[in-house]
Write a protein that binds this ligand. Structure first.
Ligand code: ADP
Ligand code: MG
Length: 259
């Protein structure tokens, strides 16, 4: 570890996930489906990753295994050095509560709850006292630009706004890792970029690790590291030199001055 840090110029790198020869085979009757063949990868703290690949390549399977929702058929997944596949269901639930936030393509908000109540949920599971969790949820909704939508139900919000609520819910616990599976799959192009600016902006500000699953190369521009998956294998791992930075206020005002 110290050696790696030294090579990378003393930056404090911490390996969060270490996958070693991970294979996942699903059995459907007589058929065997090799969702992941032989995947060895590491994910470091504070970096933004993109799992890029066509539909059916194994991206969601990989994400579900990192989240402890599925166990590998063979191989191991170490989280901070501990094998996830050895944990019991109860331990896995605690692992997700404590370390992981999720953003889904279809938002997965509870329809009968308000935006504020949806964002409060992870804090209830963690037994945070009511006053504290309400103020944390309000602050988080404000941070995603929904300060005037606390009482709205999901059906009273646009798709983009619903995804903002679900981003607030994923981040409110201050998890070390956020998994986003096709987070912009249901959104138009403009909202997609807004959402990507938002989610990567928060993760960078807080030094959280973000793993985004997508089939869209435009989205992969936001990542520090792009892992291409093909037929259940890692095809390439590319460090992104030209990470896409959203226009800052400063840049925008520069442009306006030139006008
Ligand atoms: P992606 O997210 O890249 O579109 P998935 O990881 O969902 O791909 O799926 C990879 C392969 O594994 C596909 O062929 C899919 O049909 C298969 N698969 C995924 N989940 C299951 C499951 N629960 N049972 C059987 N096959 C599955
Ligand atoms: Mg998928």
């Amino acid at each position: 570890m110290r050696f790696i840090n030294w090579i990378k110029g003393g930056i404090d790198l911490e390996v969060l996930f270490d996958l070693q020869n991970v294979r996942k085979v699903y059995r459907m009757g007589d058929e065997r489906i090799m969702a992941l063949d032989d995947v060895s990868l590491t994910f470091e703290k504070g970096k933004i990753y993109c799992l890029l690949g066509t539909s059916g390549s194994g991206k969601s399977t990989l994400l579900n295994m990192l989240a402890g929702l599925e166990k590998p058929t063979s191989g191991t997944i170490l989280f901070k050095g501990k094998p996830l596949e050895k944990l019991s269901e109860t331990q896995l639930a605690l692992y997700r509560q404590r370390y992981i936030g999720f953003v889904f393509q279809s938002y997965n908000l509870l329809p009968t709850l308000s935006a504020l109540e949806n964002v409060t949920l992870p804090l209830i599971f963690r037994k945070i006292p009511k006053k504290k969790r309400t103020s944390a949820a309000r602050a988080m909704l404000k941070a995603v630009g929904l300060a005037n939508r606390y009482r709205h139900k999901p059906s009273e919000l646009s798709g983009g706004q619903q995804q903002r609520v679900s981003i607030a819910r994923a981040f409110v616990n201050e998890p070390q890792v956020i998994f986003a599976d096709e987070p912009t799959g249901n959104l138009d192009t403009k909202t997609t970029f807004e959402m990507m600016d938002l989610i990567t902006g928060i993760a960078r500000e807080r030094n959280q690790t973000l793993v985004i699953v997508t089939h869209d190369t435009e989205i992969s521009r936001y990542a520090d590291c792009v892992i291409s998956i093909r037929d259940g294998n890692v095809e390439s791992i590319l460090d992104n030199d030209a990470v896409y930075e959203p226009d800052t206020e400063e840049k925008r005002s520069d442009i306006n001055e030139e006008d």
